[in-house]
Design a protein. Structure first.
Length: 561
């Protein structure tokens, strides 16, 4: 791993912020690194408020979207809420449908089948609308590139409102309204919303139109926070406000579906990390193993007993998913070894019977072993389908764009994408992708990076520091959990490995003049010899470990050297 320590902010700025906020140098430094330079900015950061949310009508086409929905309600039209099968899509569908159903009954939902229809708006979904007398479709977390699909719907006199957050192409679909803050002609002040976030702006606008306040929408924020966490969008601006208040809902009064998912978790307070690793994979498992409809059924169920039945089914799907991704990862690693592609700068693997629902997870697992841009293909009908994942600071979407001649279709973000191609084009695409990445990837990006926020003496870890660090939550991209480096630490003689395969490292460390701290390094078991040295440096986060009702400070070690 390479440790990157940013240059310190200007001393004058640190002192000014220290004095204004009456905080230690380390807190002022962390704030400045996050672009927070004034008392007012710090107040907004530490005390997020729902009043910080922007006017939804600042988003291009919002007035058109609201007018069309109100017209549909006035004319008793049937409305279909359509969304992708992942967490962002299913939470968005649950959000908008449950809000509309709170005052209008003619609302149906549709999640495409991952295997039969694939990603995004489908002709089958439009035909379903046509067959059921539906004249308005609201598409969430998809649709920004669905030019032909929208034209097909227009021919059937079905109107579309698109709520998306992906990058648009050169042409926008001819929908009634296209809500996407990433539109070039959209001046909305915040363009990092997830799909569910754009859906929330839509219901916020509808609520304003009906003289409801933002407080009336708080019960929906558990869904928005779940989507923000799962979609790994920046934890800044509106996302941070929505995530913070959504987490409060999850911890105090979640909808029955989420309550059923977390009721066996023995933690007093769930964090964004818990949402990422506990709630999101289970919601995702429905679409991966069975059908995304099951996630929507869970998230829109208001009877707790029935929600518990749905949650048990989804728990089984999640268990099945774990077994599949473990087995496929083993097979994919064996393929890389046997193809002698260890010197490549990319990983591209294919097996026709791999489960399409877990190839994205497998791509992430492969990056843990071979840290490089990765694509995992499987057979899907008469074509190959794939999920791509990238390494930090490398835009895999741009790389796919450079190889577009070999692909049938593709879409996604800088770090994650999906695509389909004809089977006969697989070898040429694989070679082109390797060439493109080799020509554009800086060599140092193939070494995992730990971004360190600051150097810290262990003696400076105290309750006040921890209390202030907790106020930096919720954490996420662009507001990461602070990572510190402490130098010349030593283990007090208790260093050992833990886990079935000795994969984890347990330490008790101290510096001169500091008390000793328990520390855990997940996946760092192989670094035990370093911990046996007379002294070493560690990069770590400060955690609070809750066990049997008591809370202790524990350092979560990311690397040691």
């Amino acid at each position: 791993m390479r440790w990157t320590i940013p240059s310190k902010p200007e001393k004058e700025k640190v002192l000014k912020l220290q004095n204004e906020l009456q905080v230690d140098e380390i807190i002022a430094t962390l704030l400045l690194q996050r672009g927070i330079e004034t008392f007012q900015q710090a107040r907004t950061f530490f005390r997020p408020s729902l009043s910080d949310l922007h006017d939804p009508y600042l988003m291009k086409d919002m007035d058109k979207a609201v007018a069309r929905i109100e017209k549909a309600i006035a004319n008793h039209e049937n409305i279909l809420i359509f969304g992708d099968y992942d967490v962002d899509g299913t939470t968005a569908v649950s959000l908008v449908s449950s809000y509309l159903k709170s005052y209008y009954p003619n609302v149906d939902t549709y999640i495409p089948d991952r295997y039969d229809e694939g990603y995004g708006i489908s002709y089958k979904g439009i035909d379903y609308a046509d067959d059921n007398g539906i004249t308005l479709i609201i598409a969430l977390d998809c649709g920004i590139k669905s030019i032909d699909h929208i034209a097909y719907a227009n021919d059937k006199n079905i109107d579309f409102i698109i709520c998306d957050h992906h990058r648009p192409g050169d042409e926008l679909p001819k929908a009634i309204a296209v809500l996407d803050p990433k539109r070039d002609d959209c001046s909305y002040p915040y363009d990092e919303l997830c799909g569910c976030g754009v859906g929330f702006k839509l219901i916020q606008a509808l609520a304003q139109n009906r003289n409801q306040s933002i407080d009336d929408l708080i019960p929906y924020l558990d869904l928005v926070a779940t989507a923000i966490a799962a979609d790994i969008v920046p934890m800044t601006g509106e996302n941070r406000v929505l995530a913070k208040f959504g987490l409060e809902v999850i911890n105090t009064n979640p909808r029955p579906g989420i309550k059923a998912l977390v009721q066996n978790i023995k933690k007093k307070v769930l964090t964004i990390t818990d949402v990422v690793f506990i709630i999101a994979p289970r919601i995702n498992a429905a679409g991966r193993i069975k059908h995304g409809n099951e996630a929507v059924a869970l998230l829109t169920e208001f009877n707790l007993e029935q929600a518990e039945v749905f949650a048990a089914e989804i728990e089984q799907h999640n268990s099945d998913r774990k077994g599949l991704d473990k087995q496929i990862t083993i097979e994919a690693l064996a393929q890389i070894e046997s193809n002698d592609e260890k010197e490549n700068v990319t990983t591209v693997v294919y097996q026709e019977n791999w489960h399409k629902g877990v190839i994205g997870i497998v791509a992430s697992r492969l990056i843990e072993t071979y840290y490089r841009p990765t694509i995992v293909f499987t057979k899907s009908g008469d074509k190959l389908a794939a999920s791509a994942r990238s390494v930090k600071d490398f835009d895999i979407y741009n790389a796919l764009e450079a190889c577009a001649e070999h692909l049938e279709q593709f879409g996604g973000h800088m770090y994650a994408a999906g695509m389909t191609l004809k089977e006969e084009n697989y070898p040429t695409f694989k070679a082109a992708f390797e060439r493109t990445v080799r020509a554009t990837l800086a060599p140092e990006l193939l070494i995992p990076e730990i971004e360190v926020d600051a150097e810290l003496n262990l003696a400076d870890i105290n309750p006040k520091l921890i209390r202030l660090l907790n106020q930096f939550e919720p954490f996420g991209p662009q507001n990461r959990t602070p990572v510190f480096v402490s130098k010349n630490v030593k283990d007090t003689g208790y260093a050992k490995t833990l886990g079935q395969h000795d994969e984890h490292l347990k330490l008790y460390i101290r510096q001169t003049n500091s008390e000793s701290f328990g520390a855990i390094g997940f996946g760092l078991g192989s670094k035990l010899p370093i911990a046996k040295q007379p002294s070493f440096d560690i990069a770590y986060c400060i955690d609070e470990n809750e066990y049997n009702g008591s809370v202790t400070v524990q350092l979560r070690v990311k690397d040691l050297r």
